[in-house]
Design a protein around this ligand. Sequence first.
Ligand code: IMP
Ligand code: MG
Length: 181
Amino acid sequence: MSEQYVLGDVLISAEDISRRVDEMVTEMESHCRAEHFVMIGILRGSFMFLADLVRDLYQHGVHPRIDFITLESYGSGTVSSGNVKVTKDITVDVKDAEVLLIDDILDSGRTLAFASELMLQKGAKRVLTCTLLDKPERRVVPVKADFTGFTIPDEFVVGYGLDYDSRYGELPYIARVVLKA
Ligand code: IMP
Ligand code: MG
């Protein structure tokens, strides 16, 4: 892509993320009690969010199996290609499991819809979904997460695991990226 994006202003601070993660864990912990409970992070964007969730859930006595799946629908830019493919699959067995899928952001909805369907195909008993951010204006596939951190406007954001061209994922907060003048 030829356009150049640079880091813009902060949209959600690290403190606000941490507070919301705490609240979300309180909302979800009663759904994490099954004997065969698996949390699956959708890479790459969910790595930081999942790490914070599982440490907080641990304080509530939740001991999940944890795995990751790498799904790709974006190229190197900010526009979705429209189809989702598995580039690295899970190895944990989800047959008859209660699965909690973790994603960074719900945008068109294609990724989460695809991942949920895939887990059911693999024999999961139940699939719940959790996303840190939601951009409802962008929805193409009608999907709603069971647990949502923040609803945000239709802007491309980075940080806390979300990247632009593999950059900015390390930021402890969520920021906008803006077109370079
Ligand atoms: P969806 O399949 O269109 O819902 O897209 C979901 C995936 O696109 C997310 O898991 C992100 O990896 C990526 N994505 C969507 N919006 C953004 C954004 O604003 N910043 C960074 N990545 C994004
Ligand atoms: Mg993602």
